[in-house]
Design a protein around this ligand. Structure first.
Ligand code: 0PR
Length: 369
């Protein structure tokens, strides 16, 4: 702590310098977050001091959260779905498994079945909740093997997890098959659509992944990824509108007497930002954004293959992966590498056509050098 406060000018000179150390989005090809939409930023600023942790003080903001859940419920074919705004996919996944555990509270050594491609947030969730994690190997096409999942189910299995838009390869697991298996075994079935939930519904040919499938219990979707909202905003949706109340704990001195959320204080600003984007763009606007991202994904795959770097997978969504030596990616570009050492590029909205061409040109220069 400084003894004497700094001048505002001195302080903001320092902050600006620090901010300039951050990378320019023009070169970020590795991220599932993007530059927030301008309407999200405007809404965020309006709701800066709102706290959804004490909703009685902010009834307007709370009703926006409810509206956001209603929008996603309708988009995911269950208009009456319950849910709330989380801090992102990690919290949604933790809370989904917490719900599963509460439903099957009689089981003493519970296990959860997830694909090998599951985001590492499931490891955190299982660690915190004392759940054994059973990982199902992927098929050759990087999707979860539904038969493999069925083979791991036993009397202690409390939940099955499928991913609609995997972090590393952009694949959608066979959610319809998994939903059937979950129904047959009366299992809680959580779909992690943190990334894909804002992509799949807007594709020309959407694959089934949501509450239209009777076996799906809960869905995670992140407006702060493809929803272009400000950070942090995720949503957890439950088919049963009352299910979240099974997590209720008493909060005697708040404006509400019980809460089921994981966080206490929760920002209303990014929630307003998320709704702003949805209502500003509408389904038509989102389709255009998604179509652009998919087109850029196809272009980057075609361009890289022309340069001699074959795709590692044919993705369902806007994540492109390649067989390519690490040293061939030029400096300013930030890409990521999968666990199998494939070059990974996420074609988020900020990775527009011009950036894709610039990247391909730099890759070509590096190759011929
Ligand atoms: N589920 C899936 C399918 C995800 O891809 C992610 C995050 C999560 C859950 C967890 O979401 P939160 O990080 O919101 O809790 N996927 C990205 C990843 O791990 C998150 C990310 C975004 C990482 C931007 C880096 C980055 O620059 O790659």
């Amino acid at each position: 702590m400084l003894n004497k406060g700094q001048s505002e000018e001195e302080l903001f000179t320092f902050l600006s310098r620090k901010r300039r150390e951050d990378l320019d989005h023009d070169f970020i090809l590795s991220s599932m977050c993007t530059i927030p939409h301008s309407v999200a930023v405007r809404a965020h600023c309006m709701f800066m001091e709102t706290n959804l942790g004490d909703p009685g003080l902010f009834p307007g903001t709370y009703s926006i959260e409810q509206l956001l859940i209603r929008r996603f419920g309708a988009l995911f074919h269950c208009p009456e779905a319950g849910g709330y705004a989380t801090s992102g996919g990690t919290e949604s996944n933790i809370q989904a498994l917490r719900l599963a555990k509460v439903q099957k509270c009689g089981i003493t050594s519970p296990n959860v079945i997830v694909p090998e491609s599951a985001h590492f947030s499931f490891k955190k969730a299982c660690d915190m909740l004392g759940l054994e994690i059973r990982s199902v190997p992927l098929r050759k096409d990087y999707r979860m093997d539904a038969d493999g999942a069925a083979g791991l189910i036993d009397k202690n299995t409390i939940a099955l997890v499928g991913i609609a838009g995997t972090t590393e390869y952009g694949m959608v697991d066979p959610i319809a098959d998994l939903a059937k298996i979950a129904q047959q075994h009366e299992l809680f079935f959580h779909v992690d659509a943190a990334f894909g939930g804002m992509v799949i519904p807007f594709l020309d040919r959407p694959v089934p992944f949501d509450f239209a499938l009777p076996g799906v219990t809960t869905i995670a979707v992140d407006p702060h990824k493809m929803g272009m909202s400000t950070i942090p905003c995720g949503c957890l949706l439950t088919r049963d509108p009352t299910m979240l109340h099974t997590l209720n704990i008493d909060t005697p001195y708040l404006t509400v007497k019980q809460e089921y959320t994981l966080a206490g204080t929760r920002p209303g600003a990014p929630v307003a930002g998320a709704l702003a984007v949805l209502d500003y763009l509408g389904a038509e606007g989102m389709k255009a954004v998604v179509a652009g991202c998919m087109k850029n994904t196809e272009r980057i795959i075609a361009g890289m293959e022309t340069l001699g770097y074959p795709r590692a997978a044919t993705p369902d969504l806007n994540v492109a992966t390649f067989v390519c030596p690490k040293e061939l990616v030029p400096g300013p570009w930030r890409v990521s590498w999968t666990r199998k050492n494939h070059l990974r590029i996420v074609c988020m909205p900020h990775v527009h056509a011009g950036r894709v061409e610039a990247f391909l040109t730099d890759m070509q220069k590096n190759r011929t050098r």
